[in-house]
Design a protein around this ligand. Structure first.
Ligand code: SAM
Length: 208
């Protein structure tokens, strides 16, 4: 008999979340780091799953800015938030994340990128290397001390492979004095499976 209860993959509230792929892992980290009152951004709100988690974690006094270039994605996210009555904690921005610096005030405690396309929508409308790198550079300027950037990359499709390689190369070149950079990917799956990059601002957080 298994020692662990059999849990649905989506049950990330459980003390035993199923770590199938990078997204549950990124959620685990967000649950550990995000505090009530934090200001955070979802750079690619898509279906709204990351936005919803962030809205839960920042509590009534925090705020989430969620970007997407597709109205369909913003509508799906708005619906998900409304079902939990959390819409007042989120600003939904119909804009590309390359406009982060223009549209969001620092400091942010976390910025989440889930690259690729909106499930069920045309695959041509996906994140692309140039704008992703612009947004990642902007993210570093917006981060609070000890703040996180979490990026889920999808190298298993044309375009995604080039984007994932460029993002990984960019992250690997960041100064190890200023940032702690991690790559997290499941080993016992295909070598082009999605993986997660984490960048933590190396300045110590204000402990007050
Ligand atoms: N985080 C989402 C979730 O939890 O459901 C999934 C995100 S989905 C994989 C990627 C999203 O990025 C798509 O909805 C797409 O429209 C959006 N996107 C593509 N280019 C973008 C850009 N430049 N700025 C913001 N969003 C973008």
């Amino acid at each position: 008999m298994s020692l662990l209860p059999c849990l649905p993959m989506s049950d990330q509230r459980s003390p035993y979340p199923a770590l199938r792929g990078p997204v549950p892992l990124s959620h685990l980290l967000l649950r550990r780091f995000i505090q009530p009152g934090n200001r955070v951004a979802d750079a690619t709100c898509g279906n709204g799953k990351d936005t919803l988690l962030l809205a839960e974690l920042v509590g009534e006094t925090g705020h989430v800015c969620a970007f997407d270039i597709q109205q369909e994605a913003l509508d799906r996210t708005a619906q998900r938030l409304a079902e939990q009555n959390l819409q007042q904690r989120v600003s939904l921005l119909h804009a590309g994340h390359e406009r982060l610096l223009e549209l969001v005030e620092p400091p942010l405690h976390a910025i989440v990128f889930n690259l690729g396309w909106l499930p069920g929508a045309p695959r041509e409308i996906a994140t692309c290397t140039a704008t992703t790198l612009t947004a990642l550079e902007a993210s570093l300027q917006l981060l609070a001390p000890a703040g996180l950037v979490l990026i889920t990359c999808y190298p298993g499709h044309a375009g995604g492979d080039q984007e994932a390689a460029a993002v990984q190369e960019w992250a690997a070149a960041l100064s190890s004095r200023s940032y702690f950079v991690w790559r997290m990917g499941q080993l016992n799956v295909s070598s082009d499976a999605p993986f997660c990059l984490l960048i933590q601002d190396g300045r110590p957080a204000d402990a007050s």
